[in-house]
Design a protein around this ligand. Structure first.
Ligand code: G3P
Length: 216
């Protein structure tokens, strides 16, 4: 499963890129607002740090506006993926970009039928929002399983990019469900390596080694 980082904070991106475990980045208008940065500038800087797909979302809600904005975003760097909302206008823009060879990430997906439409529109990625379904008491992970089944039934090449991830449990569940990508908030990614038994075991090894008086 590919790990994308869900942030526009360049300092977090640079820190995590050093692990060699970052396969891409997703941003959205709210994350850009949180960064306090100019949109074009921060996407340009991110593309200079990360060679994998970098999602940049259009703001226009009509197809013509999405196409104009999306082409401007795609021109920033070859690894920009144009993020489009899952609306009929977004799907029409997605179809056009697919025909033009521009990578797309269709976002704000909350149902299997929406994901089916995005795949038929030629989306490169589909972003089902797990956490926001959980917030409503709906099982967000069930959507990931449904999309996986539908896409495998028909051989759709659209990649399932699990989004709105809130915990390490979500990451594990996405891997078990066969999501192609998980876009993970930086703090959740950092938590994946932590386990109390690992900490205790390492401390015990170091204590025991100390008594040997040896060095390597
Ligand atoms: O990429 C989508 C993600 O940023 C949304 O997360 O926690 O606001 O639902 P959240």
């Amino acid at each position: 499963m590919k790990f994308f980082i869900d942030t526009a904070e360049i300092s977090e991106i640079r820190e995590l890129a050093e692990t060699g475990l970052v396969d891409g980045i997703t941003t959205n208008p709210s994350l850009i607002k949180q960064s306090g940065r100019d949109f074009i500038e921060v996407i340009t800087e991110i593309c200079g740090v990360i060679s994998g797909p970098v999602s940049a979302e259009v703001i226009a809600t009509d197809t013509a506006g999405m196409l104009s904005e999306g082409r401007r975003l795609a021109a920033i760097a070859s690894n920009v993926t144009v993020k489009l909302p899952l609306t009929w206008d977004g799907l029409k823009a997605c179809r056009t970009f697919a025909d033009e060879g521009i990578a797309t990430n269709v976002t704000l997906c909350f149902s299997a039928n929406q994901a089916l439409l995005a795949a038929k529109a030629g989306a490169s990625f589909i972003s089902p929002f797990i956490g926001r379904l959980d917030d409503l008491g709906v099982d967000g992970m069930e959507l990931i399983h449904k999309i996986r089944t539908i896409y495998d039934n028909y051989g759709f090449e659209t990649e399932i990019l699990a989004a709105s991830i809130r915990s390490s449990a979500h990451v594990e569940a996405c891997a078990l469900a066969g999501a192609d990508v998980a876009t993970i908030p930086p703090q959740v990614l950092k938590s994946l390596s932590r386990h109390t038994l690992t900490d205790k075991g390492l401390a015990s090894f170091l204590t025991d080694w100390e008594t040997t008086g040896q060095s390597i």
